[in-house]
Write a protein of this length. Sequence first.
Length: 536
Amino acid sequence: MKFGPVPLARAEGTILAHSITAGGRKLRKGRVLTAADIAFLKAAGMTEVTTARLSADDVSENIAADQLAAALVGDAGITATEGFTGRVNLVAARAGVFTLDTASVVALNRIDPGITLATLADHTRVSAGMMVGTVKIIPYAVPQTALEAALEPAARATLHIAPPVIRQADVILTRTPGFPEKLLAKGEKVVRDRLTALGVGLRGCETVVHQIDAVAEAIDRSRAELVLILGASATSDAADVCPAGLTAAGGALTRFGMPVDPGNLLFLGSIDNRAVVGLPGCARSPAMNGADWVLERLVCGLPVTDGDIAAMGVGGLLKEIPVRPHPRVISTPPVAAPRVDIVLLAAGSARRMRGDDKLLRRVDGVPLLRRAALAAMASAADTVHVVLPPEADERRAVLEGTGVQIVTAVQASEGMGASLRAGMHTDAAQGQAVIVALADMPDVSAPVYNALIAAYDPESGAEICRAASADGVPGHPILFGRRFFEALSEASGDVGARHVLTAAQEFVVPVQMPDQSPVLDLDTPEAWAAYEAAQG
């Protein structure tokens, strides 16, 4: 590939390297320059332009990214988005634990600086819809030989989502004389919540005295796939009460102690091919500890050996990492993809258009409202609810056959708040999150919605995901987690969800897009004229 400035006379058919704005028109980077583009640039007073020209043995960025992603995604638990500006996102199609061959990923990234793969860490717990990796072709093209060399380690990378396979667990609590009942109750609740968050049901919970024989008998009575023991007294040695109770029951002790803090005093063993985990005392707190790493792997059927636990020491200083203490308790098990609906607001009167209905104007031959609805329907969202004003026959007509659910905002004249209320008073409020979108944004596409869904992670605090432009300007659409549904359903005036954003800044996560689609809306005839001119 040849990159650099070239005279306009030799620029036709090359790829524009940097966006250019002149005469009210914008040519975006990545555009293949046409004769009309060259004439426009010449009229704007330019004599040369920086471009990329592909050689015969080059593979363009999107094709290369798609081929590399196809080699990486051999697992039904991972899906790939379509290549866009040289990027393909790899997304978890199910909940579980993400695994990969680290050495192969490193080998891939050493082939060519322009061919890159970024992933989550090995053995990261993921929920459905979470991004696990991203392929990025940095230049506009890469040599065919480099791409072919990268495909081999890509196939060996074995990206995989190990799904939950254990569905039930028993919990054994021990008590010493005078042990507070409230600590027993707290221990049971927190352990139950931990299991629920992993999609595991609590089969039974038994409290016994803190003695070897009592622990052994309780283990013997258990028939669950997984046995958890939370002792009243910290385990200080492999011969202490709880691990000794395991061996007395005929089980085997795999390891006592782990190089993860908090979580040092964990022990791991087995009986009758069932895992037994002695929980550290810190497991009475919902904050992450070493036991979470062990439980996540066991629940998903991944082996946990003595060596595996030893390796957890690197990155195991959990108490010093600010994001670690967040509780892992969630209200519903993340074993299925979260339900996310889209509420597309299309009930505005378009007063600034001076009598013209902007939602009926055509973009690429399609009415803007229909284009927006089809983009939403093509996303990973469950249902698309389009909010219309009363007696909007023409708008209803252009939505025929799209598959959207039409909602009427009876009080639409009140402003955007009324439209948002109407959208939230549908079964959209039954999901885990909702995306509020505006129908007058012509460049918002399905990948924009999918990026918001992939970024949604209530466990890490990403409960409001807001689309942002390539240069970081916040825009639309915006995904809101369930905790904000009540506030959205009480919206008023013409400010939409602005009051929610203002009050919940700590939950807002910007999701940057590769273009300006989140900030381009068309509200005036002048804006439309400029947009149509820019499209050529």
